[in-house]
Design a binder for this molecule. Sequence first.
Ligand SMILES: Cc1cc2nc3c(=O)[nH]c(=O)nc-3n(C[C@H](O)[C@H](O)[C@H](O)COP(=O)(O)OP(=O)(O)OC[C@H]3O[C@@H](n4cnc5c(N)ncnc54)[C@H](O)[C@@H]3O)c2cc1C
Ligand code: SF4
Ligand code: SF4
Length: 674
Amino acid sequence: MAERVGVYVCHCGSNIAGMVDVEEVARWAGANLKDVVVARDYKFMCSSLGQAMIEEDIKKEGLTRVVVAACSPHLHEKTFRRACENAGLNPYLCQMTNIREHVSWVSRDRAKATEKAKALVAAAVERVKRQQPLEPFFVKVNPATLVIGGGIAGLQATLELADAGYPVYLVERSPSIGGHMAQFDKTFPTLDCSACILTPKMSEVGQHPNVTLLTYSEVEEVSGSVGHFRVKVRKKARYVDEEKCTGCGICVEKCPRKVVDEDFEAGLGYRKAIYTPFPQAVPRIPVIDVNSCIYFERQKCRACEKLCPTGAIKFDQQDELLELEVGNIIVATGWKMFDCRRIPQYGYGRLANVFTALEFERICNAAGPTGGKIVLRDGKTEPQSVAIIHCVGSRDSNHNEYCSGICCMAALKFGHLVLEKTKAEVYSFYIDMRTNQKGYEEFYHRLLEEGMHFVRGKVAEVTDAARRPEEAGKLIIQVEDTLMGKQRRIPVDMVILMGALEPQADAKELGLKLGISCSMAGWYTERHPKLDPVATMTDGVFVAGACQGPKDIPASVAQGAAAAARVMAMITKGNVMIEPVVASINEEKCSGCRICNNLCPYNAIEFDEEKQVSRVITAMCKGCGTCVAACPAGAITGAHFSNEQVFAEIEGILWDAIHGNGGQAKQQAEAVSV
Ligand SMILES: Cc1cc2nc3c(=O)[nH]c(=O)nc-3n(C[C@H](O)[C@H](O)[C@H](O)COP(=O)(O)OP(=O)(O)OC[C@H]3O[C@@H](n4cnc5c(N)ncnc54)[C@H](O)[C@@H]3O)c2cc1C
Ligand code: SF4
Ligand code: SF4
């Protein structure tokens, strides 16, 4: 029996109708495409009226297939499938074709765009006629969650879930949780003490009965899918037995090897070869840095071992590989600082008194290397003038085009701290002042009142080459003041570079393990920037905090909580629907060569040793089609992507070449490649 197909062409306001003659596409489909019994256009197909129109046609016209030519299936495939289901049609007998992103938004020629839209509609009609009804299946959601990254975003997500009664594994790669916030003294705009608001959260996480804290650990491998991920975590050897260590710190005190602390102290302070990164670290269990430990260098010393009262030092400790099973994953791996050496004209690394923002955070910190005293690199001289340069590596086409969002506010915070703690003059060199969150503009006005000087202009150079007597021994800021309209040279004692926030160096690598992608700039990509900002394209994997883009602490906390709420919704539901668009292997045709086993990016194919054939684990298959294309025996079929369906779709695209008048064939081919 012939199928009865309904075609629905959406205007999307003027998004599609502005470039595609949608009435003509609908008219043409109704008049020309075999088995199309209804073809309509409508302003907003996704609206309740648009959906009602489809539902009514299914019932009245006895439609057996539906094609919606509109926007991306990512946005509305569920909407239209639901409309079909409401009208009693199997939802997988509905096919969307994207004439917005694939046609109207990428075309300049209305006639060609309309032809291309027709070709795509014809392709969808041919494909949908060959689609089979499918039934989704459901898998149970493991209530445990993995949170990767123990900065403020990861801590918030962890506590929300743990307080709700669900188990959480928190994997943090450094020896302590806390992230960047642990390095700060005060936080803008309220100037709360960073440690005072962070450490209660850290200790709550450390002591929470529902939290398994895995510090000094990294995710090695992730398999499975939403509801039941399997994760391999490498817990690096601390060379300290966590069960025996009481955190008394005697080992740290007695360790004879002192090294520069490049991490927590940003290179300004020292730590021992056995260390906890900072006094409030959670856990308070030290770690031995094998690259600086005397014993690992020349098999001597072992002072820590001799003096540890509980016998906790274990030089033979090995990395452990842990296997975790979780239902969902929240990624909260944060940011890293731009390497200011990449802008040599600002002198970082060459001119002693040029500091990075993180170095300055440590200088300001009462628990930092200078005890909170703002002094020059010599450790004793208080500066009489300080320059703070904004946008170092941000809003710069040579480095990062984006705005790092928080540096203007951090610069104002630094200005306030310098004015509060010293008698120095403070200059802010900014391009535009970005203070657009709650309380931020007011903080800027406060700094104007406190006497901070603002110079609008991009700094050309920081130099120590004096031209005038008053410049001798100083760092000179060479800048074009765009408000005064003149070049200025401003001598100062100290320069602070507000480096850009950048994605972690291994963000892409971790993203590959998790099946999530990064933007061109390297930040993790959310499912939808406005409507779904903490979900990713991989079900069950969420992002929170600055790993998704530069953001301040309140926004990071909000995202941590939002990601946890999304996870809780899945856990309380108990099971999750898995799309039935998956691959399947015909055992009779399978030769057992196992090529597909290694190719599947989701590890969704297992090998049956007894039968010597491969088998798809449906709950893990994403229907990507890699195995279908690779199987030399043609034993694998992708539901909704059978050869028959794909060839029919291609024939549909070439409808005009096959069925239309021959003279239009060329125009059709051109239109397809608009
Ligand atoms: C100089 C400066 C000053 C600032 N001051 C303020 C302020 O006063 N107020 C404010 O609101 N905001 C401020 N910010 C912004 C603030 O730093 C961020 O909002 C905050 O750090 C974001 O938290 P997060 O948890 O997303 O990331 P992070 O703080 O970067 O934490 C990420 C954590 O993930 C861990 N991690 C990374 N990769 C992995 C991995 N692969 N596996 C396991 N763990 C991993 C890291 O070790 C880290 O512990 C400032 C930023 C700068 C640059
Ligand atoms: S001396 Fe022993 S118990 Fe004390 S912190 Fe060091 S390892 Fe832990
Ligand atoms: S590639 Fe094909 S033949 Fe080889 S194991 Fe996989 S399914 Fe079987």
